[in-house]
Write a protein that binds this ligand. Structure first.
Ligand code: ZN
Length: 192
């Protein structure tokens, strides 16, 4: 996201982990995040994400079942995006405007399907938070203005015993150490 501000954006994907301490953490820290939710991961407890949404964080679209989009035909891709759009809108009261393709894989049919489902932009990422470390697109392993960071709603099962709050704290430490603040992605996009 091109900007002169010394900010990065934090996005959190999928949704299998629903750690109540993470809600407390965001309530305390007020760090803005964008939540790209996969309907199949959040269906068992849509309610978990509502207090996060109430803090001003937007729910965005990350498909129904997390497929590799280009492996599906146009109709299958439409079903994945429009299906998630429908249930996320029903549950969270507002239609997602952004879409993140699983594994960052997409093509022109994905773009077309997203547009038909009411999506205004596809969002990828430039750095991702692993269990303890950040993985950068930049070979110099540095953050840049407007970088989009990817993290996941993952818990001890996926993080080899580590908690989501620990992962998030580690990520913030890396962001701040490099002199960046976290801004809200949606505030930097002009939607139609
Ligand atoms: Zn994902």
């Amino acid at each position: 996201m091109p900007t002169k501000d010394r900010v990065v954006f934090v996005t959190i994907d999928d949704g299998q982990e629903k750690d109540p301490r993470f809600v407390e953490m965001l309530r305390d820290l007020r760090v803005p995040v964008s939540m790209f939710l996969t309907d199949g991961n959040v269906r068992d407890d849509y309610g978990y994400f509502k207090p996060l949404q109430a803090l001003g964080n937007h729910v965005q679209n990350h498909t129904l079942t997390h497929p590799v989009m280009p492996h599906l035909g146009p109709e299958g891709q439409r079903r994945e995006i429009c299906g998630a759009q429908k249930s996320l809108t029903r549950e969270y009261g507002t239609a997602p405007k952004l879409f993140r393709p699983p594994f960052g894989m997409w093509g022109s049919a994905t773009q077309e399907a997203a547009r038909e489902c009411g999506i205004q932009g596809i969002v990828l990422w430039t750095a991702s938070m692993q269990i303890h470390d950040m993985q950068y697109d930049d070979p110099n392993k540095k953050l840049h203005n407007g970088d989009v960071l990817l993290a996941h709603f993952r818990g001890p099962k996926q993080l080899r015993g580590e908690s989501m709050t620990k992962m998030f704290a580690e990520m913030l430490k890396r962001i701040r150490r490099q002199g960046f603040a976290v801004a809200r992605l949606e505030d930097y996009i002009s939607f139609r």
